[in-house]
Design a protein around this ligand. Structure first.
Ligand code: ZN
Length: 281
């Protein structure tokens, strides 16, 4: 055995991480059949990702996967649309369960959380209020544990910014994070930046031009790249199941829209994600 490390003591191969997909759901059942292959492709492309919990169950599965892979991290929370599934309950953010999860060294943030007013923005007032309570619980929890927030907004950016501004006065620099799947105006992006939040863009920017203005106006150090896998695959994979390794296409497009060199953009986004989300591998 001399000179040969046993399998237990052999250090992991150090992979070179070049890209970050700050928001994916590799913990979802869509990957049950071939998850290890998807992760192998990530490693080959040099991609790290944060797996996002949307319920207690998927928060737990995100942490379990993060535990097994150096390039995977976890974010824990309850998606605002989950409240519709829990009739009559205003507050089912079970603190004890999340307390236990948040202590895990690979849990880097809280969310996704926020407000989802539906595709048409025609949600009823009671659900709106319930979502606001749940969102507030996430904000308090994140501040208490000094973690960034992963925000989900659908037709609700105005209310989210209003709530964050109020909470900012209470929590100061402890309140920070990222607005995922950003689809707002340059002004709304700026409001997020002023509150110490970044905004992340998905594969949608590869085939829709609605995001160009916000992207062009945003300083590079406030932009994050994401896939939101398994949803919205970028060109040239459009229509197929998305996966974190496709984040390279998102970064490429960010660079193109901003007229910058792709490698430099990848490096800057990674550097900022590592710093803001305390990613350690
Ligand atoms: Zn998501």
């Amino acid at each position: 055995m001399s000179g040969i490390a046993s399998r237990d003591t052999m250090p992991d191969m150090v992979m070179e991480i070049k890209y970050v997909d700050i928001h994916s759901h590799l913990n979802f059942p869509e990957y049950d059949a071939d998850r290890e292959e998807v992760i192998a492709r990530m490693k080959e492309a040099g991609v790290a990702t944060i797996l996002i919990g949307t319920s207690l169950e998927t928060s737990r599965s995100a942490v379990a996967l993060a535990e097994q892979h150096e390039n995977i991290f976890a974010c824990i929370g309850i998606h605002p649309t989950e409240i519709d599934k829990v009739t009559g309950m205003t507050a089912h953010f079970s603190r004890e369960n999340f307390e236990e999860l948040v202590k895990h060294p690979k849990v880097v943030g809280v969310g996704e959380c926020g407000l989802d007013y539906g595709r048409e923005g025609n949600i009823d007032e009671k659900s709106k209020e319930t979502q606001k309570i749940l969102f507030g619980q996430h904000i308090d929890f994140a501040a208490m544990h000094d973690k960034p927030l992963m925000i989900h907004a659908r037709n609700s950016t105005k209310d989210i910014l209003e709530i964050l501004a109020i909470k900012k006065e209470e929590y100061g620099e402890k309140l920070r994070g990222n607005a995922h799947f950003f689809s707002g105006t340059p002004e709304e992006a700026k409001a997020y930046f002023d509150l110490d939040f970044s905004v992340s863009f998905t594969g949608v920017i590869t085939f829709a031009r609605d995001y160009d203005a916000a992207l062009k106006a945003a300083p590079l150090d406030r932009i994050m790249s994401e896939t939101d896998s398994p949803f919205v695959a970028p060109e040239p994979h459009r229509g197929k199941r998305n996966e974190p390794s496709y984040v390279t296409e998102v970064v490429k497009k960010i660079a193109e829209i901003k007229g910058l060199e792709e490698g430099a953009v990848a490096q800057e986004i990674l550097k900022n994600a590592v710093a803001k989300w305390n990613l350690v591998w």
